[in-house]
Ligand binder design. Structure first.
Ligand code: FPP
Length: 257
């Protein structure tokens, strides 16, 4: 009889030394998942939040060191106000409910994006969560909120221009490493794997610099359906890829953080 796979630990056919150290995710399809079930769209976001929680725990259990998720883009403000309000309240509720567990499980949380337009109470909670978990090392959890990739690059360019203008660095010091140092994901390595659910095949302004060499995995599953078995399949696919970075020989295995 075939034994079902036990996903609580890394499935045996995945090579721990060839796992991505950093996985990025565009969580798409919450609304469609809910609509298909005759539920309001926000029920999809609630279910999607459960999926993120389990994926984060899965990364921790399987030895993946960093997870970056796109929770709210700069374009998401264009959604109906009731949905935006629901999402912001959901972030707040989740943070209040999960912070102690994240702290206990060694999760370091960081919010990437311009937090200033968010309600002050939520901003304060986010700052508190970042400060409280800043020395945790088991898994790094980045949540992109009011994030836009082009905006990130504009801000990085301004930052460097200021450094040059005030003489802190010379124009000759401006190279890829200098730019990477002023991005929101610094000092994490770039994600080796991006997952986008719901059949869409776009980057939607998510980490345009950091995803330049990333393997892109698209699945038709809707985000609330993306469980450990689906993550396992994505990792199997990833391990079947040869990362060459434009050269001929396969690249060495990913460096740990
Ligand atoms: C995309 O589905 C999903 C979002 C814009 C929100 C993602 C937010 C969560 C999963 C909630 C909690 C997350 C964290 C990390 C606190 P969609 O609404 O675009 O779905 P559709 O394309 O089917 O309309």
């Amino acid at each position: 009889m075939i034994q079902p796979i036990n996903y609580s630990t890394l499935p045996v056919d995945l090579h721990p030394e060839a796992l991505p150290s950093h996985v990025a995710v565009i969580m798409d399809g919450n609304g469609r998942w809910a609509t298909q079930r005759g539920l309001p769209r926000v029920a999809g976001h609630r279910q999607g939040a459960q999926t993120v929680k389990d994926l984060l725990r899965c990364c921790k259990d399987w030895g993946i060191e960093a997870l970056t998720v796109y929770a709210f883009s700069t374009e998401n403000w264009r959604r109906p106000m009731a949905e935006v309000t629901f999402l912001l309240r959901l972030f707040e509720r989740l943070l209040r409910r999960e912070l102690a567990d994240m702290q206990r499980e060694g999760v370091r949380i960081r919010f990437l994006g311009d937090l200033s337009p968010l309600p002050e109470r939520l901003q304060a909670l986010m700052q508190e969560a970042m400060a409280m978990t800043c020395s945790n090392q088991r898994v790094q959890f980045n949540v992109a909120v009011n994030y836009g990739g082009r905006q990130e690059l504009v801000a990085a360019t301004r930052h460097i221009a200021q450094q040059v203008a005030c003489g802190a660095i010379s124009i000759n010091d401006v190279d890829e490493a200098a730019l990477a140092r002023v991005l929101l994901t610094y000092p994490l390595p770039d994600p080796e794997l991006l997952i986008r659910t719901s059949g869409e095949q776009r980057l939607s302004n998510f980490l345009p610099w950091q995803l330049a060499y990333t393997e892109l995995y698209f699945t038709d599953l809707l985000w609330p359906e993306f469980d450990r078995a689906a993550f396992y399949q994505a990792l199997q696919w990833y391990q079947g890829r040869q990362r060459r970075f434009g050269g001929l020989a396969p690249a060495p295995l990913p460096q740990s953080l």
